[in-house]
Write a protein that binds this ligand. Structure first.
Ligand code: HEC
Length: 158
C-alpha cells in the first residue's frame, strides 16, 4: 500500500517535471528565434577595432625586439579575429572565410617563428607583413570607409 503510494507520487512528480520542462522550452523557443546568438555587423566592428589595436601593438613590440609581448599580442589577435569567421559563414561568403583563413595561417606561421629562440627578427617581421597583407586583401573586398567621418563598415554588395 505504502509502496504503491510512493510509486504513484514518484510518477506524479516526474510528470510535473516534464510539464515544467515543456513550458520552459516553449518560453525559450519564443524568446530566441534562432538557436544561437547571431554575430552581426556590430560584433564585426568591435572585433576589428580590437584586432587592429592588438595587431598594431604586436608589430610595435616586434620592431622593438620584445618578442614575448609580440607573441602574446599576436596570439590575442588570432583569437579575436578567428571569431569573425561566423560572420562570413552566416552571410555565406566562402571567399570571406578563405581570406580569414589565410590571415590565421599567417599568424600561425608567425607564432611558430616567435616560439623558436633565437628569434629571427627580420623573418618574423616579414611574416607579420604577410599577415597584414592578408588582412588588407579582405579589406579591399569587403571594407568600405565613409569619406566624411572616416568610419569603416562592411560592404556585402561587392
Ligand atoms: C575576411 C575579411 C576580413 C579580414 C580577414 C580582416 N578584416 Fe578587418 N575589417 C573587415 C571589415 C568588413 C571591416 C569593416 C567593419 C567595421 O569596421 O565595421 C574591417 C575593419 C577593420 C578595421 C577598422 C575598424 C574600425 O571600425 O575602426 C581594422 C583596424 C581592421 N579591420 C583590422 C584588421 C586586421 C589587423 C586584420 C588581420 C589581422 C583584419 N582586419 C582582417 C574585414 C576583414
Amino acid at each position: 500500500m505504502r509502496r504503491a503510494l510512493l510509486y504513484s507520487t514518484g510518477r506524479f512528480a516526474a510528470a510535473a517535471v516534464l510539464a515544467l520542462l515543456a513550458v520552459a522550452g516553449a518560453a525559450l523557443a519564443g524568446a530566441q528565434p534562432r538557436p544561437y546568438p547571431v554575430y552581426n555587423e556590430y560584433h564585426l566592428d568591435r572585433t576589428m577595432k580590437l584586432v587592429g589595436r592588438n595587431f598594431e601593438g604586436a608589430r610595435q613590440a616586434l620592431a622593438a625586439a620584445d618578442f614575448e609581448t609580440a607573441k602574446a599580442l599576436f596570439t590575442r589577435t588570432r583569437e579575436q579575429v578567428a571569431v569573425s569567421i561566423t560572420y562570413w559563414r552566416h552571410n555565406e561568403r566562402d571567399d570571406g572565410v578563405r581570406m580569414l583563413r589565410a590571415v590565421l595561417d599567417g599568424l600561425d606561421a608567425l607564432d611558430a617563428a616567435l616560439s623558436r629562440p633565437p628569434v629571427d627578427a627580420p623573418a618574423a617581421a616579414d611574416l607579420a607583413a604577410g599577415a597584414d597583407a592578408a588582412c588588407q586583401t579582405c579589406h579591399g573586398v569587403y571594407r568600405t570607409q565613409d569619406p566624411d567621418t572616416g568610419d569603416y563598415s562592411v560592404n556585402l554588395s561587392k
